[in-house]
Write a protein of this length. Structure first.
Length: 94
């Protein structure tokens, strides 16, 4: 079970033309808008946010392949990023 809106996240625009990140999973009643971004980097921020679930899955898979190198700084940084993305729940299996 995930602690975020499941399904693919996409970027669209609201009526004012501002980027909106939305989930495409229609199996719950939580609503579909994840967030709206503003400011100078609003389009880039929206793209990064929309990619977050895919990045999390990819990073977890990569960590699984890197078990022999678990003490490397890059692997520790990846585990810390996963923990940050999952509200501090650690992924460390050592």
């Amino acid at each position: 079970m995930s602690n975020y809106t499941p399904g693919e996240w996409t970027v669209s625009k609201n009526l004012a033309g501002d980027p909106v990140v939305a989930g495409t999973n229609h199996h719950d009643n939580d609503g579909y808008i994840i967030c709206q971004t503003f400011g100078r980097h609003k389009h880039g921020n929206a793209a990064l946010i929309a990619a977050a679930p895919d990045l999390l899955v990819a990073l977890r898979e990569l960590i699984g392949c890197a078990e022999p190198h678990r003490d490397r700084a890059e692997i520790k940084a990846a585990r810390a990023a996963i923990a940050k993305a999952t509200s501090g729940v650690t992924e460390d299996k050592t």
